[in-house]
Design a protein around this ligand. Structure first.
Ligand code: APR
Ligand code: PHB
Length: 387
């Protein structure tokens, strides 16, 4: 049996950052994770950090490598009907975004925690959360065949969309909001220099495509695919063919290179309300999912745990539950803003298989023309994007 102040389930960005923020305030935590360290450090996800996320990471002493290796971006491109239009993020909002892979954030957070000698329990199976309605909640699991039990003052459910913590909230108290999209994304990493210095979001009759990057030598690319497609249906040549078609524009060409990672992501919007009950607080993907078009997932996860850490600090310093009681309401305002932005970006740029009459496609093009023709509309888009 272990006794700690905060038991954290899940060593994704949310759980690791919460542990880090709490440690800086002298609050002890234990992190339990079902996967191995190698697995979480290699899991490829998105990679766009909002300005506020970069400030949060650097302010918490986690930003050294991010500031050295992250790629600051001042704009992105919208491409449709063979035209390219730049959204000048910095000119419109005064802010930048930074491209830095999520697994790099995870590596930095793991390294920081291990440097302190504070453990992360990897490969813990059969994790369960108990007694959240009391002031002695606890987490159980099995590690190397041996049962473990962690007693805590609070439990943070940072175990992602497929975790077990959400189900521990009493069904009678909560409400879930969900929308599934009739498509997914095939994402690849290729050993090829980026074909443009900036991200390119392309709307094409054949479907959406996105050009992004990880470094001067690695390109990150996505193509819209069917909602139930499997990776085997997307051999490398098919991916490149679709990327060339959908991203194509006069005077521009896509540089190919060996593909060393390929996976398919489903697309959904999901929110659990409220994000808390008793002594259990959900954060990040455990509580909400956005489609990746707006690049908000990681940013929301880190914003949640910043709010949660403040609430816990107030509890331990001043004995007040005020901020903790407001946790869900505080987070949900930002969450729904991001849900709105992500759903709009998704709706603007994807091919809808049920749009056989082409009405939705015409509306998309009309909307895109409004955006590229109006500084006010571009400012709204840029503000949503930089967060
Ligand atoms: N027990 C312990 N750990 C678990 C369990 C469980 N039952 N179920 C899941 N986990 C772990 C996962 O293995 C993962 O490492 O919880 C972690 C959750 O991490 P993420 O899925 O990365 O979620 P989060 O930290 O909220 O970060 C959100 O991830 O999905 C992306 O785009 C999303 O960028 C966003 C970010
Ligand atoms: C990425 O680089 O992985 C990426 C960028 C922008 C998005 C989604 C993913 O909207």
């Amino acid at each position: 049996m272990t006794r700690t102040q905060v038991a954290i389930v899940g060593a994704g960005p949310a759980g690791l950052m919460l542990a880090h923020l709490l440690h800086r305030e002298g609050i002890e935590s234990v992190v339990v994770e079902q996967k191995s360290q190698a697995y979480i450090e290699q899991r490829v996800r998105a990679g766009v950090l909002e300005h506020g996320t970069v400030e949060l990471l650097t302010g918490a002493g986690i930003g050294d490598r991010l500031l050295r290796e992250g790629l600051p971006h001042h704009g992105f491109e919208l491409r449709f009907e063979g035209e390219t239009h730049r959204i000048d993020l910095t000119g419109l909002t005064g802010r930048t975004i930074t491209v830095y892979g999520q697994q790099e954030v995870v590596k930095d957070l793991v390294a920081a925690r291990q440097a302190l000698g504070a453990p992360i329990h990897f490969e813990v199976m059969e994790v369960g959360v108990h007694d959240i309605g009391t002031d002695r909640p606890f987490v159980t699991g099995v590690h190397d065949g041996i049962p473990i039990r962690i007693e805590a003052d609070f439990v943070a459910g940072c175990d992602g969309f497929h975790g077990i913590c959400r189900a521990a909230l009493p069904a009678t108290e909560g409400r879930q909001f969900e929308r599934e999209y009739p498509f997914g994304w095939v994402g690849i990493l290729a050993e090829a220099p980026p074909s443009s210095p900036e991200l390119i979001y392309a709307r094409h009759e054949r479907g959406f495509a996105l050009h992004s990057m990880r470094s001067a030598t690695v390109t990150r690319l996505y193509v819209q695919c069917g909602p139930h497609d499997r990776v085997e249906q997307w051999p490398d040549q098919r991916v490149w063919d679709e990327l060339h078609l959908r991203l194509g524009a006069p005077g521009w060409s896509l540089t190919e290179g060996p593909i060393f990672e390929k996976s398919i992501t489903g697309m959904r919007s999901f929110v659990m309300e409220p994000m808390q009950s008793g002594r259990l607080f959900l954060a990040g993907d455990a509580a909400h999912i956005v489609p990746p078009t707006g690049a908000k997932g990681l940013n929301l996860a880190l914003a949640d745990v910043a709010v949660l850490a403040r609430g816990l600090v107030e509890w331990y310093r001043a004995g007040s539950r005020h901020q903790l009681d407001q946790y869900s309401a505080t987070c949900l305002r930002r969450v729904w803003r991001a849900e709105d932005f992500s759903a709009q970006m998704t709706g603007l740029l994807h091919r809808y298989p049920d749009d056989s009459g082409g009405f939705a496609a015409r509306l998309q093009l009309a909307r895109l023309r409004v955006i590229v023709g109006s500084r006010a509309a571009q400012t709204a888009l840029a503000e949503g994007y930089v967060g």
